[in-house]
Design a protein around this ligand. Structure first.
Ligand code: GLV
Ligand code: MN
Ligand code: MN
Length: 414
C-alpha cells in the first residue's frame, strides 16, 4: 500500500515511539529512536529496497535507477525529536521519502538515477549538542570520529550509545562506505505560519537561515541566601539573566533575526542558596552572516561588561556555525514545474528552521518542499498538518524526484 492512508498510518506508528505526555521525546540513540530506525528499515525491506547504514547510524534505502554508474538522488529527513516534539517534524520527510519511492514503484516510473530514501540521525541536537549530526558527517562537515566522541547530556558518548544493543546500529544492515550523491530533496512541515497565512499548500524553500549554537557557563560564588549581603554577591543567575536579556535585545535590532536561550541549568538550584553556576544554551538565526556577527558581538561585549560588574567568570563555547544555505535554483524551478503540472499553487518561502538540507546543500544541488503547519506550531506536542496536505506533499515529492532526475540528466550531471 502506498497511498495517503499509508503515510498517515506510518506517522502514527512512529508517534508511538517516545510518546511523552501529549508529545514525543525521541533523542538520538535512545531505544525509541533506534526502534524508529528499525521501523524505517522494515518498510524498506518490505518494499524490496536495499538497505545500508553508516558509522553514525544514518540509514539509506535504495531504489535502483536504469542508467548504470549514476550517483543517487537522496531524499529524506530525520527521526529524532526535540524533548517536547510533535509527530511531523522530521518523521514526515522520512515517511514521505519511502512512500514516494513506493509510489514510483507502483506506477512503474523508472528514473535514470538511483533514488535513496534516507533517515538522518541526530538532526535536533537534543541529546548530543551538535545539530544535523548525521547529515554533517555524511557531507564531510564533521568527521565521523569527532561526532562519535561527542558526549551527550547523560555523560555517554555517541560511540558508546551506538554500541549499545537498545540504541545502536541496526543488526545485519551493511555499511555504506561511499558518499556518492547527485542531488538532495527534503520534504518537511513548514513549522511556521507563512503558508497557512497565504492559504497555499506547497512551499518551495528559497534559503535556510544561517545558524549558530553556543553554550555559556557563568561561574559565581554560591552561599547562604539569608546571610550574604547583596553588595558581596557574585550571583551566577543574576549575571546570566542580564546576558539573556542582552541577547534578546540584540536580536530585536536585526531585521528577521532570532535568538533563543532554551536551556538553562542552575546550580545548586536551591531556594535558599545563592546560585553558584549557571549554564545556558544560545541559538542564533538570521538570513545573513552580518546579523549573526552583530548579535554575537553584542553578546560577547555584554559578557565582558557583566563579568566585571558582577564579579563572575563566563566561558562561551561555540558548537555550531552554519552560513545561510541557498537552495539550488534549478531544483527549485523543477518543484515549481511539478506543482504547476499538479494544478497547485506553490510559493517561495525562507526557512528559519534548520534542516539536514543545510548539510547536503554544501555538497550537492539541494531543495526543499514545505507543507503548512496548522497555526504555524512546531517543536510542541500540538504540531499538526492537515491530512490532505500530508498527502499532497508526498505526491509532490514523488513527482519532483522524477523531474529532478530528468533535469540532472539533461545537464549531463551524474
Ligand atoms: C531544528 O529543528 C532546528 O531548526 O533547530
Ligand atoms: Mn526537522
Ligand atoms: Mn526540529
Amino acid at each position: 500500500m502506498s497511498d495517503a492512508a499509508n503515510v498517515l498510518a506510518r506517522l502514527a506508528q512512529l508517534a508511538k515511539l517516545g510518546a511523552y505526555g501529549a508529545g514525543l521525546d525521541r533523542p538520538l540513540a535512545s531505544p525509541q529512536e533506534r526502534a524508529a530506525r528499525d521501523l524505517f528499515a522494515g518498510w524498506a525491506r518490505a518494499a524490496g529496497f536495499a538497505l545500508r547504514q553508516d558509522a553514525v547510524g544514518n540509514v539509506f534505502a535504495r531504489r535502483e535507477g536504469t542508467r548504470p554508474g549514476l550517483k543517487p538522488i537522496l531524499t529524506g529527513s530525520h527521526l529524532d525529536t526535540v524533548k517536547t516534539g510533535g509527530a511531523y517534524d522530521g518523521a514526515y520527510g522520512v515517511v514521505g521519502a519511502i512512500c514516494a519511492l513506493e509510489l514510483l514503484e507502483a506506477r512503474g516510473a523508472a528514473t535514470a538515477h538511483p533514488i535513496e530514501a534516507v533517515a538522518w540521525v541526530g538532526e535536533e541536537g537534543s541529546r548530543f549538542p551538535l545539530g544535523c549530526l548525521g547529515s554533517s558527517v555524511f557531507a564531510g562537515i564533521s568527521r565521523a570520529d569527532d561526532a562519535l566522541a561527542i558526549v551527550g547530556d547523560d555523560g555517554v558518548s555517541l560511540r558508546d550509545a551506538l554500541a549499545a544493543s537498545d540504541g545502536g546500529l541496526l543488526p545485519g544492515v551493511p555499511m555504506r562506505a561511499d558518499r556518492d550523491v547527485a542531488a538532495y530533496l527534503e520534504l518537511h512541515v513548514e513549522q511556521g505560519p507563512i503558508l497557512e497565512e497565504a492559504g497555499v499548500s506547497l512551499g518551495v524553500v528559497t534559503a535556510i537561515f544561517g545558524q549558530r549554537r553556543l553554550r555559556a557557563t557563568v561561574t559565581g560564588v554560591s552561599g547562604h541566601a539569608g546571610t550574604v549581603p547583596m553588595r558581596m554577591r557574585a550571583d551566577a543567575l543574576c549575571a546570566a539573566s542580564e546576558l539573556v536579556l542582552e541577547l534578546d535585545r540584540a536580536a530585536r535590532t536585526e531585521a528577521d533575526a532570532v535568538a533563543t536561550v532554551g536551556r538553562m541549568l542552575v546550580e545548586p538550584n536551591g531556594t535558599n542558596v545563592v546560585p553558584g553556576r549557571v549554564t545556558f544554551s544560545l541559538d542564533l538565526r538570521a538570513p545573513d552572516e552580518a546579523s549573526l556577527d552583530a548579535i554575537e558581538r553584542a553578546f560577547r561585549d555584554a559578557v565582558a561588561d557583566v563579568s566585571r560588574r558582577r564579579h563572575v567568570t563566563v566561558d562561551v563555547e561555540a558548537f555550531e556555525r552554519r552560513k545561510p544555505t541557498p537552495m539550488t535554483p534549478a531544483l527549485r524551478a523543477a518543484i515549481h514545474r511539478v506543482a504547476a503540472a499538479m494544478g497547485r499553487e506553490a510559493v517561495d518561502c525562507p526557512s528559519g528552521a534548520g534542516h539536514d538540507a543545510m548539510s547536503l546543500g554544501t555538497i550537492v544541488p539541494t531543495a526543499m518542499i514545505f507543507v503548512p503547519s496548522i497555526g504555524g506550531r512546531s517543536h510542541v506536542a500540538e504540531e499538526r498538518t492537515a491530512d490532505a496536505d500530508v498527502e499532497l506533499g508526498v505526491e509532490a515529492l514523488a513527482a519532483a524526484l522524477v523531474e529532478v532526475d530528468a533535469t540532472l540528466g539533461e545537464n549531463g550531471r551524474g
